[in-house]
Design a protein around this ligand. Sequence first.
Ligand code: SF4
Ligand code: SF4
Length: 156
Amino acid sequence: MTKKSKKEKKVELDKLNESLSFRTKRRVVLEFPPNVVQTPITYMLAKEYDIISNILRAEIAPEESGKLVLEMDGLSDRLDEAIEKIRGYGIEVTEIARKVAFDMDKCMHCGACISVCLAGALKLDENYHLQFIEPKCTVCEMCVPTCPVDAVTIDI
Ligand code: SF4
Ligand code: SF4
């Protein structure tokens, strides 16, 4: 059997790491100083980081400072890198905290949401009751549309 080179091993490791990353969404407020207000942020995010941007609010005028509220959808490590890159332009980035909330009065413990949670943040306990392991949640929102009784919501 042929031995794999260091380069081949690194490529395999990178692929494995990538497959272990999950796509997730983050909302950020970007505050642009006047000298960078024309920087094509959403184009750069798509081209360099494979991030889909959804502009939720924009107050940008040429030659003036501006503000953008953006939802970014991408692999979590790429989102971190992209946010650092944006900060490198002199743009202030503030993340808007988002979290998932389960209304346990509505929940029927059917388990439908568990099958779509790739992060492993949902499981049934020994009594077949839904358990939410919040530290594992990446707020990917996949569980929200699966719930037949609208027991899952996103809090901003
Ligand atoms: S609990 Fe819901 S939002 Fe959180 S990781 Fe799982 S599927 Fe995504
Ligand atoms: S899909 Fe809805 S009802 Fe079913 S276990 Fe999840 S939160 Fe509960």
